[in-house]
Design a protein. Sequence first.
Lengths: 268, 287
Amino acid sequence: MEKHNLTLSGLGRSFGSTRAVDGVSLDIGPGEFVGIIGRSGAGKSTLLRLINRLIEPTDGRIAFGGQDITALKGKSLREWRRQCAMIFQQFNLIDRLDVLTNVLVGRLAAHGFASSMAMHFTDAERALAIRALDRLDLAPQALQKAGTLSGGQQQRVAIARALVQNPRILLADEPIASLDPGNATRVMDALRSINNEDGITVLVNLHTLDTARAYCDRIIGMRAGRVIFDGGAHQLTGEVVRDIYGSDDLGEFNESVTSTAIRPAVDA
Amino acid sequence: MLTTISPTEIADWRQRMPQAFRQPLSVRLRRLALLWGFAALFAWCLYDFGFSPERIVTGFGRLGRVLSFMFPPHVWTEWDEIDAILEGLGETLSMAFLGTILGAILAFPLSFLGAKTINRLPLLRFGVRRGFDIIRAFETLILALVFIRAFGLGPLAGVMAIAVSEVGVLAKLYAEAIENISNKPVEGVVASGGSRLQAVRFAMMPQVMPVLLSITLYNFESNVRSGTILGIVGAGGIGFLLSDRIGAYRWDEAWSIILLIIAMVYVIDALSATIRARFIGTMGTTR
């Protein structure tokens, strides 16, 4: 599989008079693990949705290798979405379908009208889906309704769905924001292993700084739709953080207050 | 690779989780039996009603003749005639309007009694709900025939028929809308020290009002359409003129009336879409 860079140039999106994403230019190499941080409304979700083309950009361009992603339509757009899998804060599974079928949704881009309307999948696809579930320790739950699983399990089902898409990029929009620390760790670990073992580029929106520091090679800070920081975790100083979160009015910014990591309460 | 898988691996998974690949035989047999049973019932119904292809073909031939009377549509030239038609249309419209409003006013409080989330007395709720069912069991047309006996021919019977049947329908739909709202805002109000009634007013009503409005508007439209039929049995409105023309084989005039009804329904539909967009946009957020 050839390796491509994901290149955003001057990407922007307006909602009415609000600039949700404003002139974002980034170059993301294959296999990078990138964390995007910023306060609510900074444009993190919109950025990921723009890349997946769930939202249309108002200006700028997205390119992957030599391909202009912003110009894709119809079948080729669906093929692009297959290549950049997405997982969501609220998991976005179909609660009323079983876990296996939810995972098989990741194969839909390869299916035509008749087989998908009949919800027909080949044995190879089913085995593939179970293997993906097994990798996330969820094979025993394959035949349960997705809605009956816990939040952490549902997010792992969503990752399994992403995996069977055989993606080049994985976009994760606040994947751990509704999870407890234990489940959050399992989900982040799963993303890391996908990144290491399968070489899938991971772009993840995060709320918690220590998670970003612990998992990401590269951190992008956004504020008011613009990228204002792009660097490694060690470059993310207190001053930079205050700048990203605009917390001048908060006085001292205490990271451990917002942290969801499991750590002994020694500094208390 | 994530999408390549060897046949032995497939076989392995198949053996470990057979149900993920194929439903058990009993389930498949039951589905097949159900499908065939359903098809047989459908075929038998067709047979029993004598739906033979030639009857359908000859029927369509005659239907074509009836339709051909539509062209050219009749244009009334006498003011008296135009006046009568317009009056009929207006009457149908007013009947639907009055009937729906009356029904909505009565259904609104009743729906709260029928909603599980508000009425915590199962017996009373059960009684109220079955009451809605009984009202709904009477089609508007049947009610109209009953009310004509009681109140005489004319729009009064029609309005009563629409209002009563709307109580049954709207109260049920309202109650379901009330039951389907999110409990989170209610929890918020109660946690702040609000009473149950305050929770209803501040947390439930803002959520249900747009839905209730939407349901009511739709039912108004529906009553305009079905209101034409009330005239046929003598409960006022354009339906009387329509059945009169059909009875006298004046198909061209009948068709012109039908076209006018279509135009009226279209206008109502467009109007209610505007109202819905205007109100739901603001009511959803402010009140």
